[in-house]
Design a protein around this ligand. Structure first.
Ligand SMILES: NC(=O)c1ccc[n+]([C@@H]2O[C@H](COP(=O)([O-])OP(=O)(O)OC[C@H]3O[C@@H](n4cnc5c(N)ncnc54)[C@H](OP(=O)(O)O)[C@@H]3O)[C@@H](O)[C@H]2O)c1
Length: 263
């Protein structure tokens, strides 16, 4: 795939994994990149980093339908085309369910799942005209294996996983590759309030394997190595055995999640 000819939209491309994805895509030849985010200042900084790239900055919130429609209209007017959609914008609020605010429950679902689905829906007419399109959805390790304190976040991320799978099958007759990325703990602004007691992946590494997966048309890019694959298998085949492992981690997970909120 020649990225220099592709028109790309990435939600949440102004920070963390999204920003690293922008870096990696440009490194691999991309020039035309639309970035959607709520904070204009963060998007302006990208332009300063890459004066030669052609950025389309779209200030908007993926949980607002009007912003989604405006974003796609802006791309249609500017480029009249879209080849790659990266659904990366996401938020997290961790807590025992009964202590999670109703607002944080609703917002996590609206941003991480409903917004991702609606942005995909409204981008599809342009994507279907591409001769070589891609939809890359950012799920999470928690989209495969759910954990206490992350019930709502995990629900949104498993929803992303299933949505990707359905869309891949629904779009089979089109030259649109649908893929999902499952990062584990990654050192980004989202994790600043989490107390993680082990080394995290770097956003650059997540971006590197994600763009490699895009170019090689992988379906699932799963971070966390062979241990993660083994855990997914065990969680599927022997959930009660896996429950016992999680029970032993309950207290340390509680410490990790206590202040973890990035909305
Ligand atoms: N970091 C991890 O450990 C980890 C692990 C697994 C999966 N993930 C997933 O990877 C993705 C990126 O995470 P990250 O760690 O890079 O997050 P991050 O550092 O918090 O960056 C999130 C980006 O999304 C944008 N964003 C947030 N809410 C938005 C909204 N409603 N509308 C539009 N843009 C919005 C933010 O910009 P504004 O605030 O300006 O809108 C920012 O550019 C997320 O989907 C996350 O769930 C992350």
């Amino acid at each position: 795939m020649d990225l220099s000819e592709k028109k790309i939209l990435i939600s949440g491309g102004s920070a963390g994994i999204g920003k690293a994805l922008v870096d990696e895509l440009i490194e691999k030849g991309a020039r035309d990149i639309a970035v959607m985010g709520r904070t204009k200042r963060k998007m302006d900084k990208l332009e300063e980093r890459y004066p030669s790239a052609n950025f389309l900055k779209i200030q908007g919130d993926v949980s607002q339908l009007v912003d989604i429609k405006n974003a796609i209209s802006a791309i249609d007017e500017e480029w009249g085309a879209l080849d790659i959609l990266v659904n990366n914008a996401g938020v997290v609020s961790a807590s025992l369910l009964e202590n999670l605010s109703d607002e944080d429950i609703i917002s996590q679902i609206n941003i991480n799942l409903t917004g991702l689905i609606l942005l995909t829906k409204h981008a599809l007419p342009l994507l279907k005209e591409s001769s070589e399109g891609t939809i890359m959805n950012l799920s999470s390790g928690l989209g495969y294996i759910a954990m206490p304190f992350y019930s709502v976040y995990a629900a949104t991320k498993s929803g992303v996983k299933h949505f990707s799978e359905a869309m891949r099958r629904e779009l089979a007759e089109y030259p649109i590759h649908v893929m999902t990325v499952f990062p584990t703990a990654t050192d980004t602004p989202m994790m600043e309030t989490a107390k993680v007691d082990r080394a995290m992946d770097s956003p650059e590494e997540v971006a590197r394997v994600s763009v490699k997966g895009l170019l090689e048309k992988e379906i699932n890019v799963i971070l966390g190595g062979q241990q993660r694959i083994d855990d997914i298998k065990e969680n599927f085949e022997e959930p009660l055995k896996f429950d016992q492992k999680v029970a032993k981690l309950f207290d340390s997970l509680q410490v990790r999640a206590k202040e973890h909120r990035s909305m």
